[in-house]
Design a protein around this ligand. Structure first.
Ligand code: UDP
Ligand code: MG
Length: 210
């Protein structure tokens, strides 16, 4: 299996064209903040490929992989799966997509995830889309969404919130200190949140259009 870098286009002499531009946007925010919902909207309007780390891990469980039981147990406990497992799944999905613009949803979830991704792929996010939402609203959404997820019960939800506060918020802080965070008020109805999201992705935004 190649890496995203291996998949970069080569010129007539077979040497790597180092200027192939891959756009990565990390989509972060607490459990139930609306990452998946808004990513679907972004895909429809802006031609990104949506990669949900949680969905890739759940697919890995279903595929009967040797890591399946370990991943399932971690998700049930709201814990963060080892970086190498998640990064491999993300790299594979990026390579298979044929696209060069990615929304990576729900990853990186801790500092180690972040550092490992940058080291292994050599990529940094163009920016980080951060869905900011009060915990009580996120809890209400998770308990009412009925997607049959084993981790949408109040006991696991509480654990996920704790992991988010302790491990994931520092990642958002890190990117904030680099001026890369685009914060969205995510406590509003889906359409209103998407209006704010559009402001970030609008082509007149030099960073995206570049
Ligand atoms: N998860 C993980 N690493 C990731 C993404 C997800 O370990 O990079 C696990 C973790 O246990 C998390 C669960 O998958 O609680 C569900 O993640 P998802 O992003 O689907 O849901 P969210 O908590 O954001 O609603
Ligand atoms: Mg999700």
């Amino acid at each position: 299996m190649g890496t995203v870098l291996d998949a970069a286009t080569k010129d007539a002499n077979g040497s790597l064209l180092t200027d192939k531009k891959v756009t990565v946007v990390f989509v972060l925010g607490g459990p139930g903040s609306g990452k998946g919902t808004q990513c679907a909207n972004i895909v429809e309007h802006y031609g990104y490929t949506h990669l949900s780390a949680g969905d890739l891990l759940r697919a890995e469980i279903k595929s009967g992989s040797e890591n399946g039981t370990m991943i399932q147990n971690m998700i049930k406990e709201g814990k963060i799966v080892p970086s190498e497992v998640t990064i491999k799944l993300l790299q594979r999905a990026m390579n298979e997509s044929g696209n060069d613009k990615f929304l990576i949803d729900g990853f990186p979830r801790n500092e180690e995830n972040r550092a490992a991704f940058e080291l292994v792929t050599g990529m940094e996010p163009t920016f980080v889309l951060f869905f900011d939402c009060l915990e009580e609203e996120m809890e209400r959404r998770l308990l009412s969404r009925n997607q049959g997820r084993e981790d949408d019960n109040i006991e696991t939800i509480r654990k996920r919130f704790r992991v988010y506060m302790e491990s994931s918020l520092p990642v958002i802080e890190y990117y904030n200190s680099k001026g890369k965070v685009r914060k969205i008020d995510a406590a509003k109805p889906v359409e209103e949140v998407f209006e704010a999201v559009k402001e970030v992705f609008t082509p007149s935004n030099a960073e995206v259009a570049a």
